[in-house]
Design a protein around this ligand. Structure first.
Ligand code: HEC
Length: 152
C-alpha cells in the first residue's frame, strides 16, 4: 500500500535516475541518444527518406525470398543507394549531422551499392550468401544510427 506524500521525499538513487537533474538531461538520460537539430522542412524530408529505406528493406527481403536477386539489386539502388535521395539532399543533411552520424549515413549508402553488386552477381553465380550477409550488415547500420541519434 502506498500513501501519497505531500512533499517529495529524498529518494535513494537508483540506476537511471543519476543524471535526471533537468528536463533536457532527463530526456537525454532516458535513452542516451544524441539529439540532432534539422530545420523543420529538412526533418520532414529526412523522415520520409527513412520510411522509404524501411520499405526498401521489406521489398529487398521479399525479392530475395522469391529468388529475384536482380530485383533486390534494383530496390537497393532505388531506396538505399546514393541515388535514392533527391538532388543535393545528402549534402544538405550532412551539414547538420555530427561526424559519427554522417559516417553511418555514408556507410549505409556504400553498403547499398555493394549489396546491389553482390545481388546482381548472384543472378549469374547463384551465390546468394554474400548478398544476404550484406543485407544483414546494412540493417545493422540502421540499428547503430537509431541507437545513437534522435532528431530534435
Ligand atoms: C545516419 C543515421 C541513420 C541511419 C543510417 C538510418 N536512420 Fe532511420 N532515422 C534516423 C534518425 C535520427 C531518426 C529519427 C529518430 C527519432 O528522432 O526518434 C530515424 C527515423 C527512422 C524512421 C521513422 C520515420 C518517421 O516517419 O518517423 C524509420 C522508419 C527509419 N528511420 C528507418 C531506417 C532504416 C530502415 C534504415 C536503414 C536502412 C535507417 N533508418 C537508417 C537516423 C538514421
Amino acid at each position: 500500500m502506498a500513501f501519497a506524500q505531500p512533499m517529495p521525499m529524498p529518494m535513494p538513487m537508483h540506476p537511471g535516475s543519476m543524471r535526471a537533474d533537468s528536463p533536457a538531461t532527463a530526456s537525454a538520460a532516458r535513452d542516451g541518444r544524441v539529439p540532432v537539430a534539422f530545420p523543420p522542412a529538412l526533418k520532414r524530408e529526412v523522415l520520409a527518406t527513412m520510411r522509404m529505406h524501411l520499405q526498401g528493406l521489406a521489398q529487398i527481403q521479399q525479392a530475395m525470398a522469391q529468388g529475384r536477386y536482380d530485383e533486390a539489386a534494383r530496390f537497393a539502388s532505388m531506396t538505399l543507394g546514393m541515388s535514392s535521395m533527391h538532388g543535393d539532399q545528402a549534402q544538405r543533411e550532412a551539414r547538420y549531422m555530427p561526424p559519427g552520424m554522417r559516417a553511418l549515413g555514408q556507410r549505409l549508402h556504400m553498403q547499398a551499392g555493394r549489396f546491389a553488386l553482390a545481388a546482381q552477381d548472384a543472378t549469374a553465380t547463384g551465390d546468394t550468401r554474400k548478398p544476404q550477409q550484406l543485407f544483414g550488415q546494412m540493417m545493422q547500420t540502421c540499428v547503430a544510427c537509431h541507437a545513437s541519434y534522435r532528431l530534435k
